[in-house]
Design a protein around this ligand. Structure first.
Ligand SMILES: [Ca+2]
Length: 125
């Protein structure tokens, strides 16, 4: 039996953030425990990391640092949303600027145009 076009439409809708390439959760991302939004400085869940328990952060100010002490702001290159809810990442403080939705349970080994731009995030809906 042939697949109907509706399947293709449903698959396309999964790519919420344009330019991003979502893949199944990689082994290296599996270190991110349930309930956390985990971010990495490099692509492919590599380099300094941070597991964030907050449901929202209005600004990755100077108090927000990766495991090596470097600033998180404008330095995130991959992430894994292991919270139970969707997250909206934003390029500017107070949830402004370019935005992208990360569905609950999704991980991104690279984040396209959002690379090194994320400054705040909040829960979606
Ligand atoms: Ca930014």
């Amino acid at each position: 039996m042939r697949m109907k076009p509706v399947i293709a439409a449903a698959v396309a809708a999964v790519g919420v953030i344009a330019g991003m390439f979502a893949v199944p959760v990689a082994a290296s991302a599996a270190t991110c425990t349930a309930g956390k939004f985990c971010v990495w400085m490099d692509n492919d869940y590599l380099g300094p990391t941070k597991a964030i328990a907050n449901t929202q952060v209005p600004s990755f100010d100077s108090t927000w640092k990766f495991s090596d002490g470097s600033f998180i702001n404008d330095n995130i290159s991959s992430f894994y949303n292991n919270t139970g809810h969707d997250i909206v990442v934003c390029a500017d403080v107070n949830y402004k600027g370019a935005k992208g939705v990360i569905r609950a349970g999704m991980s991104y080994a690279s984040i396209g145009e959002f690379n090194d731009t994320i400054t705040s995030f909040t829960s979606a809906g």
